[in-house]
Design a protein around this ligand. Structure first.
Ligand SMILES: *Cc1c(COP(=O)(O)O)cnc(C)c1O
Length: 472
């Protein structure tokens, strides 16, 4: 019978083995979700088991259905690769067993989070007086930013939704581009602002909001207003024209919130920073740690220029909670949760491991890899790159643009399946402006140009296979 702490050693050894062998693995799960459900299906155990045996069992069965998200040639969705420094700090977050709701409950993790919050504002060059809540991701970051926006804009019109709710409230107008991310609409739903009510603003072929349309719509309405911009569209990587959006928000008294899940990180690289021009003039920003910064899942940041509105939107009071000096930052007062994980630790550890230079290098390299892949793919017959590759996203379509939608969907899916079946890379698909596409997101920490060439080779070969099979 092993001791309880032997389980930690067992998991630790497996983690090392897994990460050591990661690049030799096929870059896709070996078994599907349904297969894995069968593999794990069993009734609740009536009696306990040896801890080490439990971890071994989890590894032996679970290994087959793992998606190698930390693999250098993983291009799915937009995800990071769980940097080892972040994973190590995250282990300590669990092993130390700290609840980071308050600073009295966990002085170390609350302090580290506060320092990391300052570093985040520094590396992203956002207003240094802004408040930063450590949330689970950009979805929750959008929720927090929009909650602060709802409070401040409505109070300016004589109504406090944080105290009185929305019954009988003046109408709040929300403006959002047609290519906004689904998580923003979820946030509107949760906040009682009604995603269907949001006023949709036209976007161009890259998914950027049309500022003339926005100006017309915002000027035409009185009352509280929120504009929701986007930095880094998930398909194109494009940025809204923030200089215009900031000016329109100022003129019309609107709060400007920006969904900047990965695009905000362009600010960490001096060559890419101009893409975000004006972004620093917004009122709130949601971004992820677990995408471009490579923290392990889950970490995101809700950043608000007006700390009092941020606090008012999130704070819950109870007599048993420690009363604190108002000047002190209380982690729980900036996020929806009270008890929570020490998310500041991985952020702190990765920023300290990479430094400003390391982050800039990584972001720049990922964008260079994206441009390289786009150039090589676009040079092949029958392949079109659908976006201006300004950042780390490459959206690719295959085949005859005049073929039927059904045919094009089938072809694109076959290319993706054939490429992924080689085990050399993972990519996903989707629809972008009415076209079926392969989506290539370059955001895996270690990727090199050599990896990019291996991936491009596999995609070109897959396209050749599908194309010749279709004409045969
Ligand atoms: C990923 C993403 C989100 C959601 O972030 P989560 O971390 O999954 O909660 C929101 N907006 C954009 C543009 C994204 O790319």
């Amino acid at each position: 019978m092993s001791g309880p702490l032997d389980t930690l050693q067992e998991a630790f050894q497996h983690a090392i083995d897994y990460r050591t062998g990661l690049e030799d693995r096929a870059c896709a799960p070996r078994k599907s979700y349904h297969e894995m459900r069968d593999i794990f299906a069993e009734p609740l155990p009536e009696t306990g088991s040896d801890g080490v045996a439990v971890i071994r069992d989890l590894v032996a069965r679970g290994d087959q259905g793992l998606m190698p998200m930390a693999h250098p040639r993983f291009f799915g969705w937009v995800l990071g690769a769980s940097h080892p420094a972040g994973v190590a700090a995250d282990w300590l977050a669990s092993a130390w067993g700290q609840n980071t709701g308050g600073h009295t409950s966990s002085p170390t993790t609350a302090a580290v989070e506060e320092i990391a919050a300052g570093w985040i504002l520094d590396i992203l060059d956002l207003p240094r007086q802004a408040s930063v809540g450590f949330v689970t991701g950009a979805s929750s970051g959008n929720l927090v930013g929009l909650a602060a926006a709802r409070g401040k804009t409505m109070r300016a019109h004589g109504w406090d939704p944080d105290a009185d709710g929305l019954f009988g409230a003046p109408e709040l107008h929300v403006f959002i581009g047609d290519d906004g991310h689904t998580s923003v609409f979820s946030a509107l739903q949760l906040l009682g602002l009604g995603p269907k009510r949001a006023i949709r603003i036209d976007t161009d072929r890259q998914g950027r909001m049309n500022p003339q349309h926005l100006a017309r719509e915002t000027r035409a309405r009185a009352g509280p207003k929120i504009i929701i911009g986007q930095a880094g569209q998930i398909n194109s990587g494009a940025f809204d024209p923030f200089d215009d959006l900031v000016a329109i928000a100022a003129e019309t008294g609107a709060w400007l919130h920006v969904d900047a899940a990965f695009g905000l990180w362009a600010r960490a690289n001096p060559d890419l920073k101009p893409l975000t021009s004006g972004l620093e003039g917004a009122d709130s920003w949601a971004t992820d740690g677990h995408k471009w910064l490579q923290t392990p899942f889950d970490t995101g940041y809700a950043i608000v220029r007006h700390p009092q509105d941020h606090l008012r939107a999130m704070t819950a009071w109870a007599s048993y909670l420690p009363v604190t000096d108002e000047a002190d930052r209380v982690p729980a007062q900036l996020v929806p949760e009270l008890s929570r994980r020490a998310r500041g630790l991985p952020t702190w550890a990765i920023l300290k491991t990479l430094g400003r230079e390391g982050v800039a290098e990584m972001i720049g390299r990922h964008c260079a890899v994206a441009r390289h892949m786009a150039e090589r793919l676009a040079a092949a017959p029958g392949i079109r790159v659908m976006n201006d590759v300004v950042l780390n996203q490459v959206t690719v379509s295959f085949g005859d643009p005049d073929a039927s939608m059904e045919e094009r969907k089938k072809q694109t899916e076959s290319v993706i399946d054939t490429a992924v079946a080689t085990g050399k890379l993972f990519v996903g698909g989707g629809q972008w402006h009415g076209e079926w596409v392969m989506r290539i997101s370059v955001s895996s920490q270690n990727i090199s140009l050599a990896d990019a060439d291996i991936a491009v080779g596999a995609i070109l070969a897959a396209w050749e296979t599908v194309r010749t099979a279709d004409t045969a």
